[in-house]
Ligand binder design. Structure first.
Ligand SMILES: Cc1cc2nc3c(=O)[nH]c(=O)nc-3n(C[C@H](O)[C@H](O)[C@H](O)COP(=O)(O)O)c2cc1C
Length: 365
């Protein structure tokens, strides 16, 4: 078998990785009602490290006791008890010689299970498209969110920094991934039709990216230069799968140029099929565009890459690392299997539980 660069050692910032394979962040709603990580979660995460993934990225973790929680039974990083729950998990992963980053998330208008406060908030009072996800105990339309004011926006930026600090200095994570993708709060600010603000936090694409950039800045300031910080972004959303950035490559140029200057250690890009052209009438994938406009940045690519030759194709397009979602769920030992030339199991949504019925493009985020 041709040697795959997937299996060569890599790094993100100062953190060395034994290969280029990461487990993508996946919400599993298996914490306690109070958002404390469970023993079951420990066994789940530990298993990926045992299966030789170079990096595990946690499920999206909520960051404050206000409106950030997205789903019931989601884990948080807002209290000493929640920190202690995660510490068991990071210790277990480290004992397997693995590395684990925390994905920190604010749900904004897509919250459908918050045990702290009623209602939802967002950049503007625009009802999200689509329906709440029954998979996560939601039902019917999303409510219209209340528009966030300046003070609340500053407090959200602080909460991202607080959660990042808890994650790395108390809970033992090796790095932090800011969830800027899939339709949640930062993506709501970034997206033209959900952000109708005319102040500092809205306007053109650079204005709409500002909240993500300010969050990056605050997180970086809090954790220092030595801790890896990344951001995940996407075009599609859990409630709008086929959304595309309106100006195609022009938008990509602005986004990737600003993110390259933002001080992140890596950019995590998720598309439904990572190798496909990102925009109509342009042959380049999002990875190729990111590489073009952010030549020095470490890029992690995600999206239907459970076939090793596909993953390698996207590495050849310019990705430094690959993350697997469903492929990792079906094969906690995907790296070991593929390195040994063994077949990988197909993902079956039944793995997720009795209520799961996920069509290919409809992934919970
Ligand atoms: C059960 C499940 C939960 C997910 N939760 C998250 C999440 O918490 N954060 C996130 O950024 N993406 C989440 N995703 C999206 C995955 O990280 C990934 O982008 C998606 O599964 C596509 O990658 P794949 O083709 O390798 O499965 C979730 C996906 C699944 C299947």
């Amino acid at each position: 078998m041709k040697t795959l660069s997937l299996f060569t050692p890599g790094h993100i910032g100062n953190v060395a990785l034994k290969n280029r394979l990461a487990v993508a962040p996946m919400t599993r709603v298996t914490a306690s009602e109070e958002g404390i990580a469970s023993e079951r979660m420990k066994a789940y995460y530990e298993d990926f490290a045992r299966g030789a993934f170079g990096l595990v990225i946690s499920e999206g973790i909520y960051i404050d006791k206000a409106w950030s929680q997205t789903y019931a039974f989601q884990a948080g990083l807002t209290s000493p008890e929640q920190v202690a729950g995660w510490r068991h998990i990071t210790d277990a992963v480290h004992q397997q010689n693995g590395r684990i980053f925390a994905q920190i998330q604010h749900s904004g208008a897509l919250s459908q299970g918050n045990h702290f406060l009623d209602g939802t908030v967002g950049p503007s009072a625009v009802r999200p498209v689509g329906k709440q996800m029954t998979f996560y105990r939601g039902e019917g339309d999303y409510p219209v969110p209340r528009e966030l004011n300046e003070e609340e926006i500053q407090s959200i930026i602080d909460s991202f920094a607080d959660a990042a600090s808890y994650a790395v200095f108390d809970a033992g994570f090796d790095g932090v991934e800011i969830h800027g993708a899939n339709g949640y709060l930062l993506d709501q600010f970034f997206t033209d039709y959900t952000n109708q603000r005319t102040d500092y936090w809205g306007g053109d694409i650079a204005g709409r990216l500002r909240l993500s950039l300010e969050v990056i800045k605050a997180v970086r300031k809090r954790v220092g230069q030595a801790i890896p910080v990344g951001i995940r972004i996407s075009q599609g959303k859990v409630n709008d799968f086929f959304h595309k950035w309106a100006k195609g490559e022009d938008d990509a140029r602005v986004v990737f140029t600003l993110l390259a200057e933002s001080g992140i250690d890596y950019l995590h890009l998720t598309e439904f099929e990572a190798w496909q052209p990102a925009f109509p009438e342009n042959p380049r994938s999002l990875v190729e565009l990111a590489r073009k406009y952010a030549p020095q940045l470490t890029i992690m690519a995600n999206g239907s890459l459970h076939d090793a030759s596909r993953a390698q194709q996207v590495m050849d397009m310019g990705a430094d690392l690959i993350s697997l979602g469903r492929g990792a769920l079906a094969n906690h030992d995907w790296p070991e299997r593929v390195a040994a030339g063994e077949a990988v199991r197909e993902f079956d949504s039944a793995i997720l539980g009795p209520i799961a019925d996920i069509k290919d493009a409809e992934l919970p985020g």
